[in-house]
Design a protein around this ligand. Structure first.
Ligand code: NCD
Length: 333
């Protein structure tokens, strides 16, 4: 081509290392639902997450994902999920296109469709993390994209990476998952983190699940039926007092105000649960309290100093797990 003729080459491509990928069973995967992750894949991710913790504690960062770009596309508010994905990418030497201020400053506010936005971002990035208010949106994005999509919450559907970090936290805190009694408290109907964690726990033997919610916010029927089909031990109740003494894990959640079509229904259930130091006196000495956060009063701040309060450790685990997942999906770990 005429316009290229006169310049000497700027890059010696032959001397540069090629982008190669490891076959780990996760490379190139769209992470839409936890149902895609069997015990082998979970174990792989958790082993890598352990290494990521050691990496961060010893040296802070590395260049495993140098030259890789993550697009973080958030149509709903987020603090932990977006910040931990950004931190994860940066600690592995990669970089981020952050569209996390809602999407009001992007072309979405001009009416651009999700597939068009995704097909745009994939021209720049190697992987996209998406949070969107519509159930099924992550699947829609995955169908539009040729690069991996990681679901960071699709409405009241799923939040697979939260469930990964929740399960990793249970392992880190209690050393096992088999045989545990896990009580989930709060908004079990709209809480996507509950949906994903419940699905993951179905893979473990002898786990008993206790579901504590107001009647209007019970676990969706299809999920309950799956648990019953698999002969998982389940119990439903309205009262935390029924489960506090036997629980190994107390997984507390926020009532998902934004998912209610009728504000009066929200008013009926808001503030219905509060974990207090008094309640904690009745719990096992080795129990752990978890919460995906943000909390809006479900756990009294006086519980924070209790060694069983694991929710801020859980936050940190999120970064390690997301480092492991990004590296795996990009074929670098
Ligand atoms: C959760 C979510 O967005 O589903 N937050 C999170 O990612 N840690 C839980 C919530 O918003 O209540």
């Amino acid at each position: 081509m005429e316009y290229m003729k006169t310049l000497p080459k700027l890059f010696d491509f032959e001397a540069m290392p090629k982008r190669e990928t490891l076959g780990n069973g996760l490379t190139g995967l769209d992470v839409i639902s936890v149902d895609q992750l069997n015990r082998e894949k979970l174990s792989y991710i958790f082993h890598r997450a352990h290494e990521m913790r050691e990496l961060v504690e010893r040296v802070g960062a590395c260049d495993l994902l140098k030259g890789y770009v993550l697009a973080c596309l958030f149509y709903e508010p987020s603090t932990r999920t977006s910040a931990s994905f950004i931190a994860a990418m940066e600690r592995l030497g990669g970089s981020v296109i952050p569209i996390t201020q809602g999407v009001k400053f992007s072309s979405v506010s001009k009416g651009e469709s999700l597939p068009d936005t995704i097909r745009t971002l994939e021209q720049y990035a190697d992987v996209i993390v998406l949070r969107h208010p519509d159930l099924g949106s992550a699947q829609v994005a995955a169908e539009a994209a040729g690069i991996p999509i990681i679901n960071a919450g699709d409405g009241a559907g799923e939040h697979p990476t939260q469930a990964l970090l929740d399960l990793f936290t249970i392992y880190e805190e209690l050393g096992r998952v088999e045989g545990l009694k896990v009580a989930m408290v709060g908004d079990l109907r709209y809480g996507r983190t509950v949906h994903s964690l419940t699905r993951l726990l179905m893979q473990y033997d002898d786990v008993s699940l206790r579901f504590v919610s107001p009647d209007t916010l019970r676990l969706p029927l299809n999920l309950m039926n799956q648990l019953l089909d698999r002969k998982i031990k389940v119990r439903e109740t309205n009262d935390v007092a029924d489960v506090i003494e036997n629980a190994d894990v107390l997984y507390v959640t926020r009532i998902q105000k934004e998912r209610f079509s009728d504000p009066a229904l929200y008013d009926e259930v808001k503030g219905c649960y509060e974990i207090t130091p008094e309640l904690m006196k009745r719990a096992k000495e080795k129990m752990v309290v978890m919460h995906p956060l943000p909390r809006v009063g479900e756990i009294h701040t006086a519980v924070d100093s209790d060694p069983r309060a694991a929710y801020f450790r859980q936050v940190k685990n999120g970064m390690f797990v997301r480092m492991a997942l990004l590296a795996a999906v990009l074929g670098k770990a």
